[in-house]
Design a protein around this ligand. Structure first.
Ligand code: CU
Ligand code: ZN
Length: 200
């Protein structure tokens, strides 16, 4: 009886010792991983963390097109956007793209309301003295009507506080070019594409 207890206790101790050494090895290798990732360039400095996307579809039959926006949380805390658009009828033109306030593409995109502007700034060019957190800007489309951009922002989070959270906003594609000056929306023309941003 006593001996049996000792044996059990011994097995238990061995088990604890084994599992402790396994988990400390795992932690060590995680530390190595994060060090090597951190030393890589900013462009692939992703941590495999939070992601979100929006599938953009056209709001009108005569300007048919589509797009895909992918957001991912970077190790430095910023959020990176990769956006691809294909609007053949807009070939060789530039189109304005913004994040609008509401995650609602109804009524030909009008349900999205105005530019997402949680910091109460003027409309403007991305990175200038004042701009809306949704002022992505103009995207050049090639002869097929295809275009892509990649940008990162510290103004954005995926699921953070209300001032930075991009979830349940809309990405809107316009028929015109953003002049970066006219208030409150850059005189960007009608809304031809819309997609709601949702967490992956
Ligand atoms: Cu817009
Ligand atoms: Zn704006």
């Amino acid at each position: 009886m006593r001996l049996g207890k000792f044996v059990h206790a011994g097995i238990l101790l061995i088990f604890i010792a084994l599992s402790t050494s396994c988990s400390s090895k795992r932690m060590a290798s995680q530390t190595e991983d994060s060090t090597s990732v951190a030393s890589q360039t900013a462009s692939n400095n992703t941590n495999g963390g939070l992601k979100a996307h929006a599938d953009v579809s056209s709001t009108k039959a005569d300007t048919a097109g589509k797009g895909r926006a992918e957001f991912r949380n970077k190790r430095d805390g910023s959020v990176e956007l990769e956006l691809q658009l294909s609007f053949p009828v807009m070939a060789n033109k530039s189109v304005a793209v913004h994040l609008h306030e509401h995650g609602d593409c109804s009524d030909s995109g009008k349900g999205a309301h105005g530019h997402w502007n949680p910091t109460q700034e003027s409309h403007g060019k991305w990175g200038s003295a004042q701009y809306h957190s949704g002022d992505i800007g103009n995207i050049n489309l090639n002869s097929k009507g295809e275009g892509r951009i990649k940008l990162s922002s510290n103004r954005w989070t995926i699921g953070g506080d209300d001032k930075t959270n991009i979830l349940n906003r809309s990405i809107i594609v316009h028929s015109g070019v953003d002049d970066y000056t006219t208030q409150p929306s850059g005189n960007s023309g009608s809304r031809i594409g819309c997609g709601v941003i949702t967490a992956d």
